[in-house]
Write a protein that binds this ligand. Sequence first.
Ligand SMILES: NC(=O)c1ccc[n+]([C@@H]2O[C@H](COP(=O)([O-])OP(=O)(O)OC[C@H]3O[C@@H](n4cnc5c(N)ncnc54)[C@H](O)[C@@H]3O)[C@@H](O)[C@H]2O)c1
Length: 371
Amino acid sequence: MAYLNQNSTDLPLPVRIGLIGSGWMGAFHAESIARRVPGAVLAAIADPNVESAEALARSLGPVKVTANAEDVLADPEIDAVIIASPARFHSSLIAQAAAAGKHVFCEKPAGQGLDELDAALAAVEAAGVHFQVGFNRRYADDFQAAKKDLAAGVAGTPQLLRSLTRDPGNGSIPNAARVPAWTIFLETLIHDFDTLNWFNEGAEPVEVYAVADALVEPGLRDQGFLDTAVVTIRYTNGAVAVAEANFSALYGYDIRGEVFGSKGMVQAGRATETAARRYTADGMSADTPRLNVELFRQAYTDELADFAAAVRSQRDSVPQSSSDVTLTPGAADARRALAMALACIESVKRRAPVAVAGLPTASALSNKAGV
Ligand SMILES: NC(=O)c1ccc[n+]([C@@H]2O[C@H](COP(=O)([O-])OP(=O)(O)OC[C@H]3O[C@@H](n4cnc5c(N)ncnc54)[C@H](O)[C@@H]3O)[C@@H](O)[C@H]2O)c1
């Protein structure tokens, strides 16, 4: 029997991806592209720490290696880049990648200030390239199931929302002195802000009130290191949200989200590694995930599969299969969550509620919510 469509020229060309930044997250993304994302290949790795890039390349197959991101951006064989450098480089790398005509996946935060991010997003728009930010929680099965329930109205009108991040730890943070100031808002809670915005789709965050402290490493408080924070957020639809984070949960990596509304409640997030439970004379126990790449292995893979599919669709002018709920986090999502993180920093400094910049004012909230 003859097989149809076996001419290799009928197969779409894989999306050729260059990685910029080969540290903890970049290495995992590189491995995902090389081994788990169909239709994508890892073509190049750039890192000023070229030994790190070379070691990664050796483990993943034939991949070009360079110390300079510019080499990847100038490479005509590269369709798209994954930016996983430290956050302070993100906005300028996004702008340079867009100007070079590369589609961009950027780890969060996409920038550290609204001006630099706006310039980068303007470059993305001018170039017409696809842009995605690394808000991976949207791709976790349970968060997607919750989103579908919310879109179907299961919780009714949102009234209270909650999102939390408890990073795994052992009660101390050995590299805390090297963690950039305000990381808890700019790099950790920014995930929670996106989750809350996504769960409360259609409403805008208006005002935040943030309280933060160094409770895990109190000795570093005077240096400005913050490891524990709680944020209340008011939205234009009147809903009130709480986001909280801590850098040292002894029991593992704990990520949860919740929406309580006029008809009920929807929850996402699980503190256990699998659904298995052990029942013994001592009671019940279960394994817990210890690393982000354990808990979010599937989500990290799926966010890149979504990115590669979008790039292929745009490059080859073929329709991309659509999700039944809003999924891909893009420019507006990156900006909205960053604006919230920046407002939180201001709120901690002033010890007062702060309006979220560039979004509706607090008086808009009063009018809408009738308070
Ligand atoms: N989505 C998530 O769950 C998640 C988890 C961890 C980290 N991240 C994000 O990923 C980014 C990187 O974090 P990480 O933990 O991998 O950091 P890391 O320090 O482990 O790695 C950063 C790498 O970038 C390289 N680098 C430095 N300057 C560079 C430049 N100008 N161009 C290219 N590479 C450069 C460094 O040499 C290093 O290898 C951060 O923005 C972080 O917030 C996201």
